[in-house]
Design a binder for this molecule. Structure first.
Ligand code: ATP
Length: 337
């Protein structure tokens, strides 16, 4: 295997009594779009800060392109960080903001300008150089922050919830753009988010964080279709966990199982239950069904024909749920049961 862009070995970080990062081993490949996904407080940002050099690990090492950088200062590492709040200088124009890092490093004025123009180009903001950040939209400001990091041509770019401040529409648009930009520039992106859709949409691979540890690393499809633990199943999508006697009654076996909501159909035959909740959500409707087997299941149906009127009064109705055997996930088994 090629030397990984990032290699974390036995990485730990404690803040007094708090164990923020509890032992992480991870390799991120050169050119990969890698996401760290997990709930608030699970240690993602702390890992990112240790890669950047803003925090020193309590134990373990950080290597970048095969070189141990654990004890190096942030500016001696070939990484750049884009923060959620962008941290642009309000009194400088867009192009001056982008140039700033090069100026600090004493790059000659002409080259500086040329590289800043190129960076603005790569985030599709050519022509905006003379503006002040205050005259830009949220999404544009986010791209200026990105250009400001890209201009230094780092081998690794660290992004800490960079889309967090944007509204949903812009966020979804920027997700597609960020992925395209990463593909164009070809550098390694490490992206921190607590938004599972975001992680699944953009990443080559995802690490799911749970209380300072990585519960699973895999492609979006692997973590969604074959979650390694009940926590991953629940955090990445709706889990519909089936355990205990309900597992035996519905699958004929002991263990912990899950069926994703979109894999379940309301049909004429199947496991009987009662609709307890109907939630209309535009393109889809979510049904919460209490199965007689003793488990609550969420079912998602696309609203191809149905409108809200047809859904009214379904609550309390008796229904039957069915799914294909191959869509029963055995948690931790890493294969369909
Ligand atoms: P979020 O999504 O909310 O940013 P996160 O997964 O990035 O969360 P971290 O910011 O890494 O989580 O925090 C992990 C744990 O470490 C939390 O319990 C947090 O309170 C604690 N922590 C982080 N930084 C410090 C600090 N400087 N001093 C004390 N505790 C800290």
């Amino acid at each position: 295997m090629r030397t990984p862009a990032i290699h974390l070995a036995g990485l730990r970080k404690t803040f007094g009594p708090v164990e923020a990062v509890a032992g992480i081993d991870l390799e991120i490949a050169d050119g990969e779009f890698f996401s760290m996904l997990g709930p608030s407080g699970s240690g993602k940002t702390t890992v990112l800060r240790m890669i950047a050099g803003f925090d020193l690990p309590t134990a373990g090492t950080v290597s970048l392109n095969g070189r141990d950088v654990t004890q190096l200062a942030p500016y001696d590492r070939d990484v750049n960080t884009v923060f959620q709040d962008y941290a642009l200088f309000p009194h400088l124009s867009v192009i001056e903001n982008v140039e700033y890092g090069l100026k600090v490093r004493k790059v000659a004025r002409k080259e500086r300008r040329a590289r800043a123009e190129e960076a603005l180009d790569s985030v599709r903001l050519n022509g905006f150089g003379a503006r002040r950040p205050s005259a830009m939209s949220g999404g544009q400001r986010q791209r200026v922050a990105l250009a400001r990091a890209l201009v230094n041509r780092p081998r690794v770019l660290l992004l800490d919830e960079p889309l967090g401040a944007l509204d949903l529409k812009l966020r979804e648009q920027m997700q597609v753009e960020l992925k395209q930009i990463q593909r164009d520039v070809g550098i390694t992106f490490v992206f921190v988010t607590h938004d599972q859709d975001e992680a699944l949409t953009m990443s080559d691979r995802v690490a799911v964080f749970d209380a300072g540890r990585i519960a699973q690393v895999g492609t979006p499809e692997e973590v969604y279709e074959h979650p390694a633990t009940p926590f991953v199943a629940g955090f990445v999508g709706t889990s519909n966990l089936i355990t205990g006697p309900a597992a035996r009654r519905l699958t004929g076996r002991d263990g912990t199982f899950s069926v994703r909501p979109e894999k379940i159909t309301i049909a004429d035959e199947g496991a009987p239950g009662t609709i307890s909740e109907v939630i209309y959500a535009g393109p889809v409707t979510r049904f919460v069904v209490d199965l007689d087997a003793g488990v609550r299941m969420v079912v998602v149906e696309q609203n191809r024909r149905t409108g809200t009127a047809a859904l009214a009064g379904l609550r309390g109705n008796r229904v039957q749920l069915t799914w294909l055997r191959e869509h029963v996930i055995e948690i931790g088994a890493n294969r369909a049961a």
